[in-house]
Write a protein that binds this ligand. Structure first.
Ligand code: GLC
Length: 481
């Protein structure tokens, strides 16, 4: 099957979050399935352009029209792809050159990604690559299914479009006049793009796509409720007939405690007791915590954003530290009030708390390996990847039972059996504290059961093989094959 994947970020070229990880692993997994041909297109951000590791060549250049604008686009091909995925970039000095943010955050983001979406379809057409399926992601490529239907229906008459929602919080809102000024679509599309007089690109995509997916089954159901859908619950409910949840995997090649070069010691499900003990001691030393092998080390690697559940952690942190003999280690950057909260907490309790306010992938890996317990109390979580990283490294998760966290971390009983981690149901600080305490109780009082749980976590299959097959099933269904 011929597949084109369009996205605003993809590791290892450019990444700001989970979408970037998925756009590395999913194309790769699809390309390993016999009979598939996979092509990935990303914007040619300055950061990619300047990276000597990613040499490219110009294939063709052309103009992309957005209303009265005619903008240059250069189609660049990656010279030495690392696997069977053909990687292309859309070059535009104007939209993706010198910008204050590396990827997102400009006043004209709506126009930038409308340009990108159109430039991708032009590129496929110029390459004469007529895919069976176009798979596009989040608001940045939301115009793809709409443009396909409105402007490219002849060129891509037999091509189906799957739209995948990784996070419904960001929808691509614009003023109403964006419709004529930038999108310049026929009038009959105005209704599908409209939300209370404004333009909402994600809404347009949900209505125009042949199929819609989200990144976990629970999240696909949650999206029908106002609490989760950020205004799109009605639109999602109307599209329920074509909506499916497919839980992401993780890159088990990169995230492998047996080979991860970031770690001071390596281990697997049979040797983790020793291996993790070494990693824990080294980690405590690295972050300035006392080297105490039997004091449970609670860890979190996260963007310091409210919806990651940091308000709950702030609410319980002092009680946790007073009432329990434990250590807490946080890695991440984000909202200033959280950064200073954890810095203050570290200053107050240097023997129990370490706050690393930075972005460091190596340290993140050492934390997954050296921690005992991984905290992820997200308010909502479309899928979440780090709880899977943590489990693969034998660190027991304590999570809010929502979205992908609910699907990937089935709850254990009080003996640590029957699941993979500790969960709490309602988004509430006391319930979170209770879940953490249940986990600590198991760690402190039944170490054998705790280790059995760690081992079970490590033995799960979090690879992309199964999710990639589920994508294939949907592709075949869409194409009637
Ligand atoms: C977004 C979601 C996260 C998900 C990721 C990859 O970042 O917030 O839950 O894991 O996309 O799909």
């Amino acid at each position: 099957m011929k597949i084109a994947i369009l996205a605003s970020e993809g590791a290892p070229y450019i990444k700001s979050g989970g979408l970037g990880d998925v756009m590395e692993a999913l194309p790769s997994a699809l390309s390993r399935i016999p009979g598939n041909q996979v092509l990935l297109i990303l914007p040619y951000y300055k950061k990619i352009k300047e990276n000597p590791a990613f040499a490219t060549e110009l294939v063709v250049h052309y103009d992309v029209c957005l209303g009265w604008r005619h903008q240059y686009a250069g189609l660049m091909r990656l010279k030495r792809p690392k696997d069977a995925v053909q990687v292309y970039f859309i070059d535009s000095e104007y939209y993706f050159g010198a910008r204050p943010g590396a990827i997102y955050g400009d006043i004209d983001d709506g126009e930038r990604f409308a340009f990108f979406s159109k430039a991708c379809l032009e590129a496929l057409s110029l390459l004469d690559y007529i895919p069976d399926v176009v798979q596009c992601n989040d608001w940045q490529t939301a115009m793809v299914p709409v443009f396909m239907k409105a402007l490219y229906h002849q060129r891509f008459a037999d091509t189906k479009c799957m739209y995948t929602i990784h996070n419904i919080e960001y929808q691509g809102w614009a003023r109403g006049d964006f419709f004529d000024d930038v999108l310049a679509l026929p009038w009959e599309y105005r209704g599908s793009m409209d939300m209370n007089g404004s333009v909402n690109m994600m809404k347009g995509a949900i209505e125009a796509a042949d199929m819609v997916t989200t990144v976990s089954e629970s999240y696909s159901r949650e999206l029908m409720y106002p609490y989760y859908a950020h205004g799109l619950d009605g639109i999602i409910s109307n599209a329920a007939w074509k909506l499916t949840g497919i839980t992401n995997g993780i890159d088990v090649g990169t995230f492998n405690p047996e080979t991860d070069r970031n770690l001071p010691a390596h281990y697997n499900a049979d040797t983790f007791v020793e291996g993790k003990a070494k990693c824990k001691a080294a980690l405590q030393k690295e972050v300035g915590l006392p080297e105490k092998p039997d004091v449970p080390l609670l860890v979190m690697v996260t963007r310091l954003a409210g919806h990651k559940g940091l308000d709950l952690l702030c609410y319980i942190a002092r009680r946790l530290i007073w009432e329990e003999n434990c250590q807490l280690l946080i890695l991440g950057t984000g909202e200033p009030q959280f950064e200073s909260f954890f810095q203050d907490l570290q200053a107050e309790h240097p023997d129990q708390v370490a706050a690393k306010i930075t972005f460091n992938l190596g340290l993140a890996a050492r934390i997954y390996a050296g921690g005992d317990i991984y905290l992820m109390p997200s308010k909502s979580e479309p899928c979440g990847l780090s709880q899977m990283n943590a489990m693969r490294y034998g660190t027991v998760p304590v999570v809010h039972a929502t979205g992908g966290l609910r699907d990937t971390v089935p709850a254990v009983d009080s003996h640590g059996e029957g699941g993979l981690g500790f969960t709490f149901q309602s988004y509430n600080g006391d319930d979170f504290l209770n879940a953490v305490k249940r986990c600590l109780f198991l760690y402190n009082n039944d170490r054998d059961a705790f280790r059995a749980l760690q081992r079970r976590d490590m033995c799960q299959d979090f690879s992309w093989d199964k999710p990639a097959q589920r994508y294939m099933d949907l592709f075949r269904r869409m194409c009637g094959k």
